[in-house]
Each structure stands twice: as structure tokens, then as C-alpha cells.
Design a protein around this ligand. Structure first.
Ligand SMILES: [Zn+2]
Length: 370
């Protein structure tokens, strides 16, 4: 059975059989649903095309209305009311946005209209469109000049000279995690130079991100501002001094801009491989109270606020949303538990499938092979 038919059949089955009862049959311990959006726009641009981060305004509105109808939107205050998440209203959901796209301002308006509290995770380095985020620069170069330019840039950096990059997914999930912050910057500089683009001018022209003024307005109007590192880095690549800049300074800058305390952190790329004990310890000592991943796994009642998982949303269809928010995260808990048992028996076993559902979905990169 092809995947499309499978999901269509699942959608029909869930409509007919009582959606939430089916959800509970796949595991009842699911205390906090959490969703994440990135760019909300009518069409992808060369800076976002094939990254899998865009959803249309119509679909976004449909998702918010779906959440309001079937769930109880909660604020970060409610999530942080106890030492563990759990004592929350029935089917509590928290709505978050990563990367500080300019569309966040309009999204916040709709959230306010529908009384949905929202958290915006921002990178201070890209506010006011002074620079392009690495992922948008890579995406622009790949879409406009082809993957060959990125391969030539990778060969200019010693650590990555042996890699062959076929898709943007290779850049984000194979190349970036093995580069130090300085090497990643070397790669980005080489890519911009080989493509002949002026990153600063391109950033101003594209105006992809929020301005400081808009961030202040978001905070004044009641939205929660959180940190997403200064430069959107894989945290596993950070040495202790880098953490000060990426995590502490970003917090300080966002607090100065918003006038509000920053107490939550979203892990760039969303992988638990980056939320290691060093990062968790650093977040705690820097005053963060919550940390968010994007592996689309259900949060148990006793979950630690410093390890909350989220589902990345790109559809507005109710049956698909139900599967993505209610069913699949529970199944991933079972899958991860089974795999964990297996690895305890076979210490060197390799996963039969990917255990992670990172910030950008892998399927979305397949069109970029050129
Ligand atoms: Zn991000």
C-alpha cells in the first residue's frame, strides 16, 4: 500500500471511530501537546523553497481553529506552574514559532483574536534583517545556483572536504553537526563568495525576519519571547565559551529588546542529540525554565519542562492534524521504548529507522537535488 493511501485510510478510520478514543488506545500518557510553526506565507521563496518550513495563511488559520475546537491552548506560565508538566487542563496544547520569520507578527494577531497564547523563539543575530540565517542562505544558494556551489564551499573547509552533499538535508543534518561554529562560518562565507552574493544586502532586500520594534510589540501584547540561540547553531558543536555567546548573550539581547524575561529555549534543528547534559546544565544555570525539541514525540505527564517535545505542522486538514498531533507522537513513544530495550540487549545495534523528526522534515528536501 502506498503511503498516501495508508494515511487516507487512517483518516477515514479515525473520523468514523471517535478520534480521541483511538488516540487513547495507542497510549494514554500524553499530557501536553505542543506544536511549532516557522514561516507562514502564501508561497515559498528561494530562501525557504524545499526547506519544509512554510505553511499558507489559510492552513495556519485552519490549524489554530482546529486547536481551539478540540484542545485547550495554554500559556508557558501554566506549563511552568509545577516542577513537572502534568497538572494541566484536558488536552492542553502550547503553540510555538521558531526562527523569527516576519510572518510571526500577523500570526500573533490571529493568535490573540482566537485567545491562543503563543511563544516566539528568536535568534537575535538576524532581527532587523542585518544578516541571513545560515539555513536561508544555504537554501537560497542551492535553489538559485545549485548544490555544486555548496559542495565547492564544503571542500574549502577541511573537516567537510570528504562529504558529498546531494540535498539541503545533507547540509543541515550531515555537514553542520560536524563543523565547529568557526568552520560553519567559513563554509557560509565560501558559499556566499562562490555564488557572488552580498549576504547583508540580500538580507535587507529579502526582509525575512522580524524587526526589534515588532519583537517589542509582540512582548507588550502578551506573547512570550524565547531564545533559539544567537546564530541558529547545532548546540552539540558548542564549546563552553561558545555557549555563553549563543545562549546567554542571546537571552540578554532578547530581554533588552523585548523588555521581558526570556525563560524558554528552543533547540535549533530540534534534535535531542543537541540537548545533552552539558546544554541542559547550562540552560538551568542561565535561568531557563523550559526547553523545546521538535522530534514529534508525545510528552508524558511527568515530563521535565526542560525537555518538551513538539510537532512541526505543515497541513491544515483536520484528519491529518489529528494523526500528526494525537496518534503519531504516541506511536513514536512506543517505538522509542522498544528500540531502547533492544539497544540495552545489543549495545551496538543501529536503529532500523530514524528515531528523530527534526525541525525540518527530511522528505521536504528531496526536490533539491541538482
Ligand atoms: Zn530553527
Amino acid at each position: 500500500m502506498i503511503e498516501h493511501d495508508y494515511w487516507a485510510m487512517m483518516g477515514l478510520a479515525t473520523r468514523k471511530a471517535g478520534r480521541f478514543a483511538i488516540g487513547r488506545m495507542t497510549g494514554s500518557a500524553y499530557s501536553l501537546r505542543c506544536v511549532v510553526f516557522h514561516d507562514v506565507s502564501a508561497a515559498e521563496s528561494p530562501f525557504t523553497k524545499a526547506m519544509g518550513v512554510s505553511i499558507t495563511p489559510g492552513k495556519f488559520e485552519a490549524v489554530l481553529k482546529f486547536l481551539v475546537r478540540y484542545y485547550t491552548p495554554v500559556s508557558l506560565d501554566e506549563v511552568l506552574a509545577g516542577p513537572r508538566i502534568g497538572k494541566l487542563p484536558q488536552r492542553a496544547v502550547i503553540v510555538t514559532f521558531d526562527d523569527g520569520y516576519a510572518s510571526a507578527a500577523l500570526c500573533a494577531e490571529l493568535c490573540r483574536e482566537l485567545r491562543v497564547p503563543a511563544v516566539f523563539f528568536l535568534n537575535a543575530a538576524f532581527l532587523d534583517n542585518k544578516r541571513l540565517a545560515p539555513d536561508n542562505l544555504v537554501c537560497y544558494v542551492a535553489n538559485t545556483f545549485g548544490m555544486d556551489v555548496l559542495n565547492r564551499a564544503a571542500r574549502a573547509v577541511k573537516t567537510s572536504s570528504v562529504l558529498h552533499l546531494q540535498t539541503m538535508a545533507d547540509v543541515f543534518h550531515r555537514l553542520f553537526p560536524i563543523l565547529s561554529p568557526a568552520e560553519r562560518q567559513e563554509f557560509l562565507n565560501a558559499a556566499a563568495q562562490l555564488a557572488g552574493v552580498d549576504e547583508g544586502a540580500l538580507a535587507r532586500q529579502a526582509s525575512l525576519y522580524l524587526t526589534s520594534k515588532q519583537v517589542r510589540e509582540l512582548a507588550c501584547e502578551g506573547s512570550e519571547i524565547g531564545s533559539h540561540t544567537s546564530n541558529h547553531v547545532h548546540c552539540r558543536t558548542l564549546a563552553a565559551p561558545d555557549m555563553d555567546g549563543e545562549i546567554d548573550r542571546n537571552k540578554e539581547e532578547l530581554e533588552a529588546i523585548s523588555g521581558k524575561r526570556v525563560r524558554s529555549f528552543s533547540v535549533p534543528y530540534g534534535s535531542s542529540a543537541d540537548l545533552n547534559s552539558e546544554l541542559t546544565q547550562h540552560l538551568k544555570s542561565s535561568g531557563y525554565q523550559a526547553a523545546f525539541l521538535s522530534e514529534s514525540v508525545a510528552n508524558a505527564a511527568e515530563a521535565d519542562p526542560l525537555r518538551i517535545d513538539r510537532v512541526s505542522i505543515r497541513t491544515g486538514a483536520a484528519h491529518a492534524l489529528f494523526l500528526q498531533i494525537e496518534i503519531l507522537p504516541r506511536l513514536r513513544v512506543i517505538r522509542n521504548r522498544l528500540f531502547h530495550r533492544r539497544t540495552l540487549k545489543r549495545a551496538h545495534a543501529k536503529p532500523p529507522f530514524s528515531l528523530t523528526q527534526p525541525e525540518y522534515s527530511k522528505e521536504s528536501f528531496e526536490r533539491t537535488q541538482n
